[in-house]
Design a protein around this ligand. Structure first.
Ligand SMILES: CC(=O)[C@@H](O)[C@H](O)COP(=O)(O)O
Length: 257
């Protein structure tokens, strides 16, 4: 079970809710993914998203945990204010904290992120920070009160997959007891397998499912991939070797006519 601020979650997939062709397609994808947590951007949807109230109705009917996010925020005060509004609207202390620092890569402004996390944790929020794979930043976020870390594996929406597996591996090794959720940049199920095989606790993704030709089917494919990667990690995988090792023991000699 995934333990996120004391809430036990069976699914290791978190799903974003943006960019689906319709609320009905979104609902299908959420059901097929078996996710128990969806992220919702208060700013995007409240700013008059295409389907207005229908979107919030669907989310409510799905009966999943809502993890509001501060997507689109570029500074500490904007992120803190958005988090407070989200707490009022969704009645949860959870907040996925995004403070964007660069327009091209949408990478987090890690300095503002740490500061916003410190303020929000001090006000009773349970912060899920969208961060880079930098270990020093990760330490600062933990010191600021975060109990979960969400490192990117590639820029949001890029579908590029893990660009730096060794940094993610180091992160797992440095923080064996902190729930680590890879957030952003996952493009295909094999990418999710790769990060779960490193021992990550979960994956958050959006674009790869919402943008698929068949979002519901892709959501299910990701759910299976995440389970496979997780089971593989738990089963204890072999380390790659440079030299061959015969897989069939040679006993005696083969006899050919
Ligand atoms: C949905 C969410 O909260 C984001 O962090 C992000 O959109 C996920 O990234 P991808 O869209 O690249 O999966």
């Amino acid at each position: 079970m995934l333990d996120l601020y004391g809430t036990k979650i069976a699914s290791h997939l978190l799903l974003g809710t943006a960019r689906y062709p319709s609320p009905a397609v979104l609902a299908d994808a959420v059901r097929r993914s078996q996710t128990e947590i969806v992220t919702v951007s208060l700013r995007r949807e409240a700013a008059g998203g295409r389907n207005g109230g229908a979107f919030f109705d669907v989310i409510r009917e799905l009966g999943v945990h809502v993890l509001p996010n501060t997507a689109g925020c570029h500074g500490v005060s904007e992120a803190v204010l958005t988090a407070k509004m989200a707490r009022e609207v969704f009645r949860t202390n959870w907040i996925k904290l995004e403070v964007i620092g660069n327009h091209d890569t949408l990478q987090p402004d890690v300095f503002a992120l740490v500061e916003a996390a410190r303020i929000l944790a001090g006000e009773g929020f349970e912060v899920f920070p969208y961060t880079t794979d930098d270990l020093v930043v990760a330490e600062r976020l933990l010191a600021a009160g975060c109990k979960v870390l969400m490192p990117w594996c590639a820029p949001i929406g890029s579908a590029a997959g893990p660009l730096n597996l060794s940094a993610l591996r180091s992160m797992r090794a440095h923080f064996p007891d902190v729930p680590l959720i890879v957030d952003a940049g996952i493009g295909r199920p094999s990418h999710a397998v790769a990060v779960m095989e490193l021992g990550f606790d979960a994956v958050l993704l959006n674009t790869a499912v919402a943008g698929a030709s068949n979002p519901a089917s892709m959501a299910e494919a990701f759910a299976k991939a995440i389970d496979a990667g997780r089971q593989g990690f738990a089963a204890g995988m072999l380390e790659p070797r440079d030299m061959a090792v015969p897989s069939t023991p040679l006993i005696g000699r083969a006899v050919f006519p």
